[in-house]
Design a protein around this ligand. Structure first.
Ligand code: EPZ
Length: 423
C-alpha cells in the first residue's frame, strides 16, 4: 500500500492556489444528469471520489470525462436507473444520484450506503423528504427501490439540517410539479453552489444558504457550464498546517467568508490571518494559545470537517482546550494516532480534553478516514523526526496529491509506492 513519509520541523512558506470543493462538485456532477445534453464544469479537483462519481455517471449511460480541472458530462444516453453496488460501496456520495434520477427517469435503485469510520450516517432524512415529494420507496435486503409517477411539491421540515438530505430534496424538487419549501435546511456554501448550478440549468430555487429554501418546479432543465467554488476545508487544512509549522503562506483562490467560524477560532489561538479578496496570508507565533472550547455544528458554526485538523493545532498550544464533536458520533478516531505522536488528549463521550505539549514526535500512524488522515499529515509536518502515514487512500479522497501541494510550500514529504513482488 502507498504511504506518505514526512520529515517534520520545516516551516511552510510560499504561495498556493486552493483547488475546487469536493463537496460542491459531487452533488453538482450528480445533478448534471437532470438535463439532456453536455454539461461542462470547471475547477473540479482531481480526487478519487470525483473519479468514482464519473464512473457512476458512465454506468448510468452518460459519457463523463475529466481533463485537468474540467469535467464534461454528456447525458444524452442516460437511461439506466440502477446504481451498481460496487460503486455505491466505494463512495457514500452516490446517494446524491437519488434526486436527479427521480427527476430525470422517475426511478432509482441503489443500496444502503452504509456507515463509515465517522459514524452511522443514516439516510432516513433523505428518504422521508423524497417520500413527501411523492416518491414510493421500498427497502429490502439493503436495496432501496424508489419510483415516482410524478414528483409533486411539498412543505418539508427537516428534523436535522442534513447537508445531503437538503441537496437531494432540492434536486428532486427542482423538477417536481408545483412549489416546495425546505425548512430547517442546511446552510453550507456547497448548497449555495448547487442552487447556482441548478438555476443555471433553468431551475427556480431561492434561499440556499439560509434555513429555508423555496423551489418552483420546472418541467425541463437544459445543460450549462459552471465553475465550482473553492474548497473551504482544504483552505482550513493548509492554514492550520502553516500555523503549526510556524510558517508564512499565501493562499490564492479562496473564499474567507466560507470559513468565518474556523478563522475566528484560529485567531483566538494566536494565528495571524490577513484577507485580501480571494487571497489569504497566514503566519503564527512560536507558541499558540489554547482555545477554551471549540464546538462543531452545522454551518455557519465551526465545521466538523476541520475538527481533527484543529485538534493538532490545539495539541501544540499552551494550555488546555476542549473540542466537542456534535455532528458525527465517531469522529475521534485520530485521537489514538495523535497520542502515539505525543499528544495529550483525553476523550469523554463526544468531547476531547486537549492539554498542549511543547512538541510532537514522528511515528508510524494510520489514517482511519479522510480528515483524520489530513490531521496526521499536519501532525507529521510539525513533529520532530519522521512520520510514516499508512492507509493514505482515505486522504486522496479529498486532497488532490497532498504531497505535491505541501512540497510546493517547502515541506519534506513524499509518497512511497510498494515495490511490486515480481521484481
Ligand atoms: C456532508 O456529509 C459532507 N459530505 C461531509 O463531509 C460533512 O462532514 C457533512 O456534510 C457535515 O457537514 C459531502 O458533502 C459529500 P449530513 P452528509 O447529512 O451530507 C445525520 C468530508 O470529510 N443524518 O449533514 O452525509 C448523520 O448521521 C465529508 O468531506 C441522519 O441522521 O452529512 C450525521 O450524524 C465527511 N439522517 C449528521 O446527520 C440522514 O438522513 C450530519 O450528516 C442524514 C444525516
Amino acid at each position: 500500500m502507498e504511504k506518505l513519509v514526512i520529515e517534520g520541523g520545516k516551516p511552510l512558506s510560499g504561495a498556493i492556489s486552493v483547488h475546487g470543493a469536493k463537496n460542491a462538485a459531487l452533488p453538482i456532477l450528480a445533478a448534471s444528469i437532470m438535463a439532456e445534453g453536455t454539461v461542462t464544469i470547471t475547477n473540479v479537483p482531481e480526487l478519487s471520489d470525483i473519479k468514482v462519481m464519473l464512473d457512476i455517471l458512465q454506468a448510468l449511460g452518460c459519457k463523463a470525462e475529466q481533463s485537468g480541472d474540467t469535467v464534461t458530462v454528456d447525458t444524452t444516453k442516460a437511461r439506466e436507473h440502477h446504481i451498481p453496488e460496487r460503486l455505491m460501496s466505494q463512495m457514500r456520495s452516490s446517494i446524491f444520484l437519488m434526486g436527479p434520477l427521480l427527476a430525470r427517469l422517475g426511478k432509482v435503485e441503489l443500496y444502503q450506503p452504509g456507515g463509515c469510520a465517522i459514524g452511522e450516517r443514516k439516510i432516513d432524512l433523505h428518504l422521508k423528504g423524497l417520500a413527501e415529494l411523492g416518491v414510493d420507496i421500498v427497502e429490502e435486503n439493503g436495496r432501496i427501490v424508489c419510483t415516482a409517477k410524478e414528483l409533486t411539491g411539498a412543505d418539508i421540515v427537516l428534523d436535522y439540517p442534513s447537508v445531503g438530505a437538503t441537496e437531494n430534496i432540492m434536486m428532486a424538487a427542482a423538477m417536481a410539479r408545483g412549489k416546495t419549501t425546505i425548512s430547517n435546511a442546511a446552510r453550507e456554501p456547497e448548497i449555495q453552489d448547487l442552487q447556482h448550478f441548478l438555476n443555471a440549468m433553468g431551475a427556480n430555487i431561492i434561499g440556499a444558504g439560509t434555513d429555508t429554501i423555496t423551489v418552483e418546479g420546472a418541467s425541463q432543465l437544459v445543460p450549462c457550464t459552471h465553475r465550482i467554488i473553492p474548497d473551504r476545508i482544504v483552505t482550513g487544512t493548509i492554514l492550520i498546517a502553516a500555523a503549526v509549522t510556524k510558517g508564512n503562506v499565501t493562499l490564492k483562490n479562496v473564499c474567507a467568508s466560507h470559513l468565518t467560524s474556523a478563522l475566528h477560532v484560529m485567531k483566538r489561538a494566536g494565528v495571524h490571518i490577513a484577507v485580501d479578496g480571494d487571497i489569504m496570508n497566514v503566519s503564527a507565533p512560536s507558541r499558540l494559545k489554547a482555545v477554551e472550547r471549540v464546538i462543531t455544528s452545522p454551518y455557519p458554526a465551526f465545521p466538523t470537517d476541520l475538527q481533527s485538523q484543529m485538534m493538532v493545532l490545539l495539541s501544540l498550544a499552551e494550555g488546555v482546550s476542549i473540542v466537542k464533536e456534535t455532528v458525527f458520533e465517531g469522529r475521534f478516531k485520530h485521537v489514538d494516532e495523535l497520542s502515539r505522536m505525543g499528544a495529550d488528549i483525553r476523550v469523554d463521550f463526544n468531547s476531547a480534553i486537549i492539554r498542549g505539549v511543547p512538541r510532537l514526535y514522528g511515528a508510524t500512524v494510520e489514517a482511519t478516514d479522510l480528515r483524520a488522515g489530513a490531521a496526521l499529515v499536519i501532525a507529521g509536518l510539525a513533529a520532530q523526526g519522521t512520520t510514516v502515514i499508512e492507509q493514505i487512500h482515505h486522504i486522496d479522497r479529498g486532497y488532490d496529491r497532498i504531497e505535491l501541494m505541501l512540497r510546493q510550500l517547502g515541506a519534506s514529504i513524499h509518497r512511497t509506492t510498494p515495490v511490486s513482488k515480481e521484481l
